[in-house]
Write a protein that binds this ligand. Sequence first.
Ligand code: ADP
Length: 551
Amino acid sequence: MDYNLISNIKNCYVEIPSLLYYSHIPPAILILILGFFVLFQNRENKLAGKILFSISILFSLWVLLEGAIWLLYSSKTMSFLWSFLGLLYVLLHMLCLYFIYVFIEKKDISFKNKIILSSLLLPLIILTPTKYNIGKFDETNCQSIEGSYFIEYRYILGIFFLIWIISFLIYKYRKAQKDYRKQIALVGLGTILFLLVFSWSEIAGSITENFEITQYGLFGMPILVSFLAYLIVKFQAFNIKMFGAQALVVGLVILIGSQFFFVRNFTNQILTGITLVLAVVFGWALIRSIKIEVERKNQLQEMSNRLAQANDQLRKLDNAKSEFISIASHQLRTPLTAIKGFISLILEGSYGKINAEIKDVLNKVYLSNERLIELVEDLLNLSRIESGRMEYKFEKINLGEVCQEIYDTFVLRAKEKNLDLDLVLDKNLMMEAVTDRNKIREVISNLVDNGLKYTLKGGVKIKLTEIEEKIQIAIIDTGIGVPEEEIPYLFSKFSRGKDIFRLNAGGTGLGLHVGKKMIEALGGRIWVQSAGTNLGSTFFIEVPKERGEEN
Ligand code: ADP
């Protein structure tokens, strides 16, 4: 290395800046602790952790060299150490850019960018050991003289990297989602503040040739450390969960440990020693318990994530099933309606006279076909409800009339089964409500149908009453009843009671479910009461007389 050194250093009297220890040691310790901590605890963005660690090492190296320059009184070592500062300065800027990129993008920079960065750095590496970097030793001012091309190049590079960082941050901030923006802003602000404080104190030092100013630049590091610490605690950056507790314990141990430098008295030293051991033991226990807690929380989180995924999968399957039911039912409905039409025509004699035997068989076919049509209608209703395509037509109707129609439809069937069917309604009351006529008729019909289906002796009663602003329809039967444990599930999809199999009653377990959804959409409610098996059941429907706000 060609330094052209003058070692007549005795004439030089350099005053060591008063801030030297404060400006150098704490910032270096802080970033080293953070760097090591992130390197070992990082569970997410490993590369960003490594870059941060490299920043901490480079910064500490800078601190070491710069401190040594002040403290070591030799023009030779001074110039030698000084020669590395330029390179370190640019490297720190470059690593900050690299860190910001990897922290935000969570991936390495492209090969092309690596080439660009290396080629920018190359001239600096080549020039570092030459006289273009550190030339002569200035005896009068007792400092090394930096080559102006070198110095300009390094400051230009510094500014270039800073502009690159700022533009990248702005671009990413604008594109990011709202909750990620805060993290970008925090990491960006921390880094920019660090670089600004660090580099401007350098530039100012160089321009004024008052190198004491550069001491203040190092205080940029605690700023970056604070921003990163906040990111770790608040946003769990690097997926580190226990930073707060660990930082507290380490801080406490350092604080107590540093007491050793101040206490002179032996008893006090013993006491400090005991306190230190206690702090280490309890701190360790605290961190361990928090770690267990965090692990448990992680497991829970993982489980809930898996559950959410499974749930999602189930929902997709459910949608596919609804879709299938809807398509299949539509395809089934047309031929069933055609069969119904043709059987009716044959029964009416449109294709010639038929004998009683065939008529009997055809009647059975007709009834089975009717059951199929009902089933398809139930399935279609279910798929309409589940996909939100069910439409409701509200109009003022007389529920007394509706129930009378239902009664007329079912009275014959009841007689065939030797059951009574009664309709109880107070003629003085209007029984009018604003609701969907077809839907409510469908639901009441299903309840009466069920009543007759699940009753072997006695009968079914349809009873209408007005309760304040509502109309209540009760379908009371003396049938098989509903056991208490089945009541909560009765209105669920495809739910059928266990007793019905004794009766050999056909059905799908959809009627009550679809009915409940419809009544709720009409602003009413439906429920059942039963004293138990074989003690009959009463199904209630309540609908508002006027259309509510929510409908
Ligand atoms: P399905 O009648 O086709 O099985 P529903 O949804 O109409 O389907 O009824 C669901 C279940 O509720 C029935 O399987 C039966 O166990 C029970 N249930 C319905 N109505 C009555 C009733 N009136 N008496 C006793 N149990 C009933």
